[in-house]
Design a protein around this ligand. Sequence first.
Ligand code: NDP
Ligand code: TDO
Length: 286
Amino acid sequence: MISVLVTGKDSQLAQCIRDLQENCPEISFDFKNSKELDITSEQSVAKTFKAKTYDYCVNCAAYTAVDKAEIEPQKAKLVNTIGVKNLALACKRHNVVLIHISTDFVFDGKKKTPYTEEDQTNPINVYGKTKRDGEIEIQKTLKRYFIIRTSWLYSNHSNNFVRTILRLSNEKEEIDVVNDQIGCPTYASDLSVFICKIITLNSEHYGIYHFSNEGKATWYGFAKQIIEYWQLNLKLNSVNSNEYITKAKRPGFSVLDTSKAKHTFEIITKEWKSSLYKCFLSYDIQ
Ligand SMILES: NC(=O)C1=CN([C@@H]2O[C@H](COP(=O)(O)OP(=O)(O)OC[C@H]3O[C@@H](n4cnc5c(N)ncnc54)[C@H](OP(=O)(O)O)[C@@H]3O)[C@@H](O)[C@H]2O)C=CC1
Ligand SMILES: Cc1cn([C@H]2C[C@H](O)[C@@H](COP(=O)(O)OP(=O)(O)O[C@H]3O[C@@H](C)C(=O)[C@@H](O)[C@H]3O)O2)c(=O)[nH]c1=O
């Protein structure tokens, strides 16, 4: 049995891993929520790693409120940088492989072609900076780690853009959505399959990997597709970022090049629209 600690039990990603559990009989998962394991507390982390022996730690715990991070940067840093450092140190002490999830928002979005793992990071908002600093803490501390950068995660769990659009369709007749930020929506369930594959392979190809669904979209295009699949009665207005003011700046282009993950782990990434359709089919509120 492979023993795996998963932090951030209530995150959408951890919930997707939980959904997958019965398809991975060789893995014994131990999910901890933020009360059971607070990654910002050295004591809490030490206690968890002493209580049981783990082969892997999958870190799904994060501060993910992109706009709020601009007004409480210390809180974002505490979770995304200091908390990650605590986990990396504990993994080192207990010889555990760390699988950490990072983001397309570590990039500034000035590139015109998909970002590779070798591209320079240059975050333009607090969330992105704290996530990039978390990556650095891992690289300083550990040799046996996987940092998986992904983008625009959604699922039928927790907070995400799909759920926001569904909620707004109940509250409003029309909404403005930005058409000048390009990325790739990624079904968290597909990412959880990839994480389990790395674990079951017992891969030693440590390092940074980009994982997303295939293709690209604007948030406007993403919203349009959600409206089409769910047949929502919501009018969309396409606007520029300077017409839709938010506290945090977001990269104009943050599509990830997933070639390295595809070649190393022999995976096929799914086209984003087909994964969105799968998410639609799995939805319980239709
Ligand atoms: N959402 C997205 O679009 C993307 C996310 N990512 C990354 O993927 C990962 C998973 O994201 P996602 O599933 O959306 O996350 P969510 O926002 O759904 O959940 C984050 C979880 O982290 C937990 N958490 C916060 N602080 C702590 C703490 N101090 N100790 C332990 N747990 C804590 C929260 O618990 P509680 O609710 O109890 O506070 C919450 O359950 C994150 O690393 C994120 O940065 C990357 C790209 C895109
Ligand atoms: C809800 C809404 C958002 N937007 C814009 C704001 C923003 O530029 C973009 C996305 O909005 P959201 O705030 O929902 O998504 P945001 O929190 O920015 O999403 C990001 O989350 C973090 C955690 C990541 O790591 C990223 O990969 C990315 O998924 O869409 C509209 O234009 N209209 C709307 O009605």
